[in-house]
Design a protein around this ligand. Sequence first.
Ligand code: C2E
Ligand code: CA
Ligand code: CA
Ligand code: CA
Length: 275
Amino acid sequence: VKAEGRGHYQYFSESMTDAARDRIHLDARLRQALARQEFRVFYQPLVDIASGRIVGAEALVRWLDPEEGLIPPARFIPIAEETGLIREIGAWVLQETCRQGREWLDAGIAPLVLAVNVSGHQIRHGHFGAQVEDVLRTTGFPAASLELELTESTLMGEREEITELLEWLRSRAIRLAIDDFGTGYSSLAYLKRFPLDVLKIDKSFVDDIPHDRDDCEITLTIINMAHTLGFKVLAEGVETAEQLAFLQAHGCDMYQGYLRSKPVPAEAFLKLLQG
Ligand code: C2E
Ligand code: CA
Ligand code: CA
Ligand code: CA
């Protein structure tokens, strides 16, 4: 029994070491990837439901590893969140997206809203407002065309400071969206308190509409609540015409999903706009 216990312990401790080593290794590779400019921004259309027009895009990061090829964010964002490197990656995504947005404007493309995901690390860092200001100034991208996507859990932190930051961003005409709405710790009180523009209904609620009654009810409730509070609503992960018809019939403002397009590189996004 003693030997077995010891063996078990050794196995456990070795596997922990492996996991820790993997994490350190991936962190080092991610830092290198930043330095070598191996990250790419893909763009997924945000579609106005009433007109069917593309009104913007969400910027989604990918890692173009020279050996492995395109690596999706699910494989590296969680580690970057753990180590805090998401601050640097997020700053790069913001900069690159605004640079691209300015380039599109200069090429005569009609103004688009570009939505960028913001991690809680970036918000808590303290200089986020200054960083955004800096990026807008250096790229010349209009503040009113930038949308920042925050999650419910990010907003649950230091309320005073976050409220101040959001109010400042809003005073600069930057748009604020709540991402993955309905999956986090939500309270009606914070929805009322924060100066928001858009609620993004999480894909998990959209998946089974119009067939799952509960999901339909939840989606309708979110749409109505958002409108009551004066926010726009966007449904994420729309894959079928049936889902879109339901959303349209119930007054949802925008959608995003494979039905229109997967996230694509900048050049392909431009073709979507022109096609
Ligand atoms: P998210 O912010 O909720 O982004 C939407 C995700 O849903 C994207 O996955 C998008 O490709 C996917 N999606 C959109 N429409 C559909 C659909 O119709 N069907 C299906 N099956 N999926 C759809 P992606 O690009 O793999 O990103 C995953 C997550 O990684 C994002 O979820 C976000 O949380 C995170 N992420 C991506 N880029 C960044 C970034 O620059 N910064 C931060 N902090 N997080 C990021
Ligand atoms: Ca998002
Ligand atoms: Ca989302
Ligand atoms: Ca469901």
